[in-house]
Design a protein around this ligand. Structure first.
Ligand code: ZN
Length: 262
């Protein structure tokens, strides 16, 4: 990286300095500005803690196909696709982002702790109606890393239809990695504990699980993240698997035990 002081005295300033029309002290301001600029470059803001893996898209694609198989009542195919989307790399990614603090990733030495207090106002989480509105507005994608996310109702359909295939225990590693990491959630741009409101749609964005939990109660600039609302959401035919919301299996179609034995 070039030295800031060399940059500050380049070009016309160097010529003026050599001609004696300006003194060395006059350059201090521009030197400081250059040094500050270079410091900013070194601490570039980023969209998310870690770029998503190819496995993010792969899991979303496989689970989308599983949803279609389920809608066609093809439980065997759905089970196969769900198993194939249980990708361990996604858990490794989640652990790096939302696990123990790593200054190289989170760019902070220690997460601030904020107790619940009277300064936090209103409800902690938005209503279901607002949640659905935010997910739809954001194209069912994480506004930080851009990953496609899957709504909770779809995950419940998978679990209810194929309970012995979809791992969903009480721990991170006990849960299906694809469904856990791509789980849709609402994140507060200004955290609730820091005064951010849940009633203000401008303060709410869709987030995947790692991006949701990786930031703790930090403000964006405290962990050198860009404001996701500066960028327009990506809207296409990805529906977050909301098409499963109305899906119901009849009792005689629930052949999960049979599926799981094959
Ligand atoms: Zn994300």
């Amino acid at each position: 990286m070039p030295d800031a002081r060399q940059i500050a005295v380049s070009g016309s300033e160097r010529a003026e300095l050599e001609m004696g029309t300006i003194g060395p002290n006059a350059l201090e301001g521009s030197r400081d500005a250059a040094a500050e600029f270079l410091l900013t470059c070194e601490r570039m803001l980023r969209r998310c803690f870690l770029p998503p893996l190819p496995e993010h898209d792969l899991a979303a694609s496989l689970l989308s196909q599983a949803a279609d198989a389920l809608l066609e009542r093809n439980l065997l195919q759905a089970a196969d696709l769900i198993r194939r989307s249980d990708l361990r790399f996604l858990e490794d990614y989640r652990y790096k982002v939302a696990g123990p603090l790593d200054p190289a990733i989170h760019r902070i030495a220690k997460f601030p702790v904020y107790a619940r207090s009277s300064q936090t106002m209103g409800r902690r989480m938005p209503t279901m109606a607002v949640t659905r509105e935010v997910f739809a507005r954001d194209g069912y994608r994480c506004r930080f890393c851009g990953s496609k996310v899957i709504v909770k109702e779809a995950r419940k359909v998978f679990i209810n239809a194929l309970p012995t295939v979809v791992r969903w225990a009480g721990t991170n590693r006990g849960c299906h990695f694809g469904l856990a990491v791509l789980s849709a959630s609402i994140d507060h741009v200004v955290p609730f504990q820091r005064g951010g409101r849940s009633e203000d749609l401008a303060n709410l964005v869709t987030a995947c699980n790692p991006c949701q939990f990786g930031r703790g109660h930090c403000l964006l600039d405290e962990v050198e993240l860009e404001d996701p609302t500066k960028y327009a959401p990506v809207i296409d035919d990805w529906d977050g698997l909301t098409r499963l919301r109305a899906f119901r299996l009849h009792r005689d179609q629930s052949s999960d035990a049979e599926v799981s034995c094959r």
